[in-house]
Design a protein around this ligand. Sequence first.
Ligand code: PRX
Length: 657
Amino acid sequence: MATEGQTLEQQLDELLDQERFPPPEDFKANAVISDASIYERAEADFEGFWAEQAEMLDWDTKWDTVLDWSNPPFAKWFVGGKLNVSHNCLDRHVAAGRGDRVAYHWRGEEGEELDITYADLHRDVQKLANALKDVGVAKGDVVAIYLPMVPEVAVAMLACARIGAIHNVVFGGFSAESVKERIEFSEAKVLITVDGARRKGKTAPIKSNVDEVIGDLVDTIVVVRRADNDAPMKQGRDHWYHELLEAAADECPPEPMDAEDPLYILYTSGSTAKPKGILHTTGGYLTGVAYTHRAVFDLKPDEDVYWCAADVGWVTGHSYIIYGPLANGATSVMYEGAPDYPDKDIWWEIVERYKVSILYCAPTAIRACMKWGAEYPERHDLSSLRLLGTVGEPINPKAWLWYWKVIGGGNCPIVDTWWQTETGAIMITTLPGVLEAKPGSAGRPLPGIDAAVVNEQGEDVGTEQGYLTLTRPWPAMLRTLFKEDDRFVETYWDKFGRETYLVGDAARRDEDGYFWIIGRIDDVVNVSGHRLSTAEVESAIVSHPKVAEAAVIGQTDEDTGQAITAFVTLEGSLEGDDELVGAIREQVAGRIGKFARPKRIIWADDLPKTRSGKIMRRLLRDIAEGRELGDVTTLRDPDVMEQLEGKIRERDAEGTG
Ligand code: PRX
């Protein structure tokens, strides 16, 4: 046990020996779910279990069949049912007298504050929905959304849902070039964006960046005024958001949607350079996110203030800033800015200010806070917190313990939630009123979900490491890749038969049935919880005229989980220098976004390839991390590795590595 006079470091070191953290008794006594029998109940009748969760939504027409799995992997949930997502997120709360409840305490980067109630959202969503109709958006059309963390992003998503348009949100950190590409892939005709985005006291000229690449790809651009930076507006094509809202009619009845109608597309990175358009539909998705948001975060909508500190441009934001919380009538915090601006205590100031009771963020953020030191959270009263969550990457036990001790004061359960863009909702975690947590393990599949760890033949490997799979369909599962059914089947359902979902992660299951996620098995890198394809980054690097070839790997990084290291060969006899490092990093920022810039660039004369010409990234990972090289027998030219080792030694000696 911790004793007086111990440093925080010593206390955390001692806690490293504690493997299990049961929920505090008072937490358990008041938990939304505290009865472990929910697992058996869901197991005994998983369709019945999901139907029960779906009943908590408002349906215009009830479904005939809970699950149609007659044509795997193409699942249909709540077949024949009709509902509208924006009605479920707004109208039913307003009708029940909760219109005055705050949906979002919005906090701008310069300290601006705005409380947006359910009634406010309901009003603006109807107006924007009408405005979208006025510019020709109809049910089934795709609307691209490229916005920072401003309240209008929620309005835009819900306005699409209201009229049955499919939104395609692009994370604000992506470059205009990436937005253009995603607009092309999704065939969006309308873009909703912003004049400028604030970041750490600066303004990025978003609209003019978009204008540089967009051509006449879209018919309409709706522009939110945030920066007032004289953004260029093209007559006839571009409209100010606030002017459209002013002119639009007040009432827009929600369109009754089929349970299987698309709700949104969200592009995510895969093994190839072309991102995958994950398609989520209406009834199953909303059921999945509403249920998991309530159960995993132990949500008590009348009391809690919930804060998911992710960005709305990733799936975490879609499911747990927008749809889950709003479906449950929760009060959330939405924060526009960075965690270290104006100072490194801004998050904790926000927790104190809004009395946040549930905080959900990424391990990378926790590691950054840990590095900055406990003095920042200690400046603030964090006693309102009662539950903490993490998502996006494995959390190392040290960071877990720091979060538990320094942020949670040692009495908040932590839920480490494993899921993906594809799964739509949380799949593996510890129900906080039921299960104890083990630092570093995500926990067990939620009630209604089944997972297995298997070998190459699809056989259960007991407690060994293997492929993580999901062995049963679930309501929030992706339905396909937008316009790429074949790729959908090949990527996720070919390896172990059409009824087993291949996750793409390696994992291990322990004796208690707890899953320990090891990491990706494909060429996907996880930088600060941001998913990137090595092929995507390589293709951005080789688009630089001086580059001949590039190979990218994810290298273990103590801050960001993984960081990008690029091995680059140059054209002809060109020599690499610092200037070129900068130029290549800029090239990647322009093509993908700043978050994808390589941390390390290593000049190579040649790259290790198999005889058939495939780059052996495995060897590059070994060499970058200073490990003994694995099997080199398939290498076409064994000398390559020796040369590379020399380069790395040189670089490390220069101290620039
Ligand atoms: O490798 C796993 C990792 O993030 C991947 C999914 O990334 P994305 O689709 O961008 O969604 C992230 C947010 C849901 C997974 O295949 N991952 C996600 N959560 C965890 C995790 N790895 C370990 N522990 C987690 N809790």
